[in-house]
Design a protein around this ligand. Structure first.
Ligand SMILES: NC(=O)c1ccc[n+]([C@@H]2O[C@H](COP(=O)([O-])OP(=O)(O)OC[C@H]3O[C@@H](n4cnc5c(N)ncnc54)[C@H](OP(=O)(O)O)[C@@H]3O)[C@@H](O)[C@H]2O)c1
Length: 325
């Protein structure tokens, strides 16, 4: 790989895409191509075909997709299925047709069976039924990672790389009151409580479930590492995590510390908890030599700094914290 080669970062305005584009620019890549969603809708096959024909990128990071918490997954399953399948299919086909060297695709820990033994190994995929609330999204992601395998088999080489990051967070995350993931939702709700000078903030569930969070810039560094080491990869997906597990209660305490909120944190036990634990076994990817570098405390601080820079102190929307599927 040479850093004058053309790279397309799809979904560069999002959580992961912004981190990947930032990482490439930081590393001296001078030919990074991006298109905002409104300029190029990746679900439109003819437009994608035209874009690849004109731009001819040599590498692709497919960070575009539809993702969100349990509420939106339950409410819009067909949208999650269709959008993700269409984006993947259009970009994969155009990549083969127009000579892309390598592409990085992102699956999700939702593809693992409900009640999977912990930590979850790549070999556990398809050994049981998925969690129903995020099934449509997970089926699209599963199709994507199996498609990577199929394209590699049919066309040769390890050109299609499937990474499976655990719950991500960081700058450019979605803090929308309806559709955000758990960590962004905690930041938003605890920030709002501080601004309103509320003596207590009420969060969903028992606070007991354990989750592993990985900072978006670490997933970006894993993505570039995977591309540079494509020749050493098996034709299979790789888990990418931080190994930093925390209960939702611990997470809320860390967020409250970063936000500077001193009120009580109460737990609404009538709300669902989601899976008790979701930890990835990243031994295969880590054995190649990659390591995460951002601690949960530092990542939360940097995410909150970004939140403040964009949403400021005046935001006063309130949101219910939903468990991540
Ligand atoms: N977030 C996580 O915890 C997590 C964990 C594992 C895997 N992943 C996967 O990683 C990828 C990136 O996730 P993320 O959290 O970075 O998502 P995100 O913040 O929501 O960003 C998604 C990006 O895709 C763009 N996009 C959506 N639909 C598009 C379309 N039809 N055409 C063109 N662009 C489109 C969005 O643009 P607009 O905002 O303008 O629509 C945005 O730039 C996704 O495939 C996701 O499934 C995420």
């Amino acid at each position: 790989m040479r850093n004058d080669q053309k790279v397309f970062v799809a979904g560069h305005t999002g959580l992961l895409g912004s981190a990947v584009a930032g990482r490439l620019i930081h590393d001296g890549w001078g030919n990074v191509v991006t298109r905002a969603h409104k300029e190029l809708d990746l679900t439109r096959q003819a437009d994608v075909e035209e874009f690849f024909k004109r731009e001819r990128p040599e590498y692709v990071f497919l960070c575009a997709g539809l993702t969100g918490g349990i509420g939106v997954n339950k409410g819009f399953p067909a949208g999650f299925l269709h959008t993700n399948l269409a984006i993947q299919d259009n970009v994969f086909e155009a990549s083969v047709k127009h000579g892309v060297h390598s592409l990085v695709f992102y699956a999700s820990s939702c593809v693992y069976p409900k009640g999977c033994a912990q930590p979850m190994k790549e070999s556990d995929i398809l050994t049981g039924s998925m969690e129903e609330t995020s099934e449509a999204y997970a089926i699209a992601k599963l199709a994507g990672l199996k498609a990577c395998r199929a394209y590699n088999k049919q066309y040769g080489g390890n050109c299609f790389i499937a990474l499976l990051p655990n719950s991500m967070y960081g700058p450019h995350d979605n803090f929308d009151t309806e559709s955000s993931h758990v960590l962004a939702a905690l930041i938003r709700k605890i920030h709002d409580a501080k601004i309103r000078r509320s003596s207590a903030v009420r969060l969903w569930g028992s606070g007991n479930p354990l989750r592993e969070f990985v900072f978006s810039e670490d997933v970006a560094s894993a993505s570039v590492f995977a591309l540079e080491n494509a020749w050493r990869l098996d034709n299979d997906c790789y888990n990418v995590g931080s190994g930093q597990e925390a209960s939702i209660k611990e997470l809320a305490a860390k967020v409250a510390y970063a936000v500077g909120y001193k009120g009580e944190i109460e737990w609404d036990m009538h709300k669902p908890d989601g899976a008790a634990r979701k930890l990835l076994d990243c031994a295969r990817f880590n054995a190649l030599g990659w390591r995460p570098s951002v601690s949960l405390e530092e990542g939360i601080k940097r995410t909150y700094d970004w939140f403040l820079s964009v949403h400021g102190r005046k935001e006063d929307g309130c949101l219910q914290v939903q468990p991540q599927p």
